[in-house]
Ligand binder design. Structure first.
Ligand SMILES: [Zn+2]
Length: 156
């Protein structure tokens, strides 16, 4: 089976980048200035996602019509670039793209709201920026929204 896709998302598609990180995909985010930058990424096996028509015919580029992020996700899923079995919901920092590490509950003290500390079953932290994450209501919202988009159930 093909490994999970890795992405470089053009700065014009910020919401898309965030979604891909929420889904657990390795997603770099930045400006695309030159065709040789795209060539390099393509050689590394990274899929370039852009809404810029200038790049759409280059190999390794997935062109997303500038539309709602739901529609863009649907397009990526239809192209087989995001796949149900690859999704690792909330496994990555949304800011840094780093994989999160599980931390003992005690280490979350003072770093999350008190009610969260009292109720969340587990916590993890970004090794780069230190941001603490926990399974919360946004996870349910995301899984439901994603089910509507792709028909995939992400509950496990
Ligand atoms: Zn981070």
């Amino acid at each position: 089976m093909e490994p999970q896709a890795r992405f470089f998302v053009d700065r014009m598609l910020g919401k898309m980048a965030k979604w891909l990180r929420i889904l657990g995909y390795d997603t770099r985010y930045g400006s695309i200035e030159t065709a040789s930058q795209i060539e390099t990424l393509h050689r590394e096996g990274v899929v370039v996602v852009t809404g810029n028509t200038r790049w759409r015919h280059l190999p390794g580029v997935f062109f997303c019509e500038p539309s709602r992020v739901d529609e863009q996700c649907r397009q990526l899923a239809a192209a087989g670039l995001i796949r149900h079995e690859d999704v690792r919901l909330f496994s990555r920092c949304l800011r840094c793209n780093r994989l999160l590490e599980d931390i003992p509950k005690e280490e979350a003290v003072g770093r999350v709201p008190e009610y969260v500390y009292a109720t969340a079953p587990s916590f993890c932290r970004c090794p780069s920026c230190g941001r603490v994450y926990w399974p919360g209501s946004h996870v349910d919202n995301m899984t439901e929204r994603f089910r509507r988009i792709t028909g995939w159930s992400l509950e496990d």
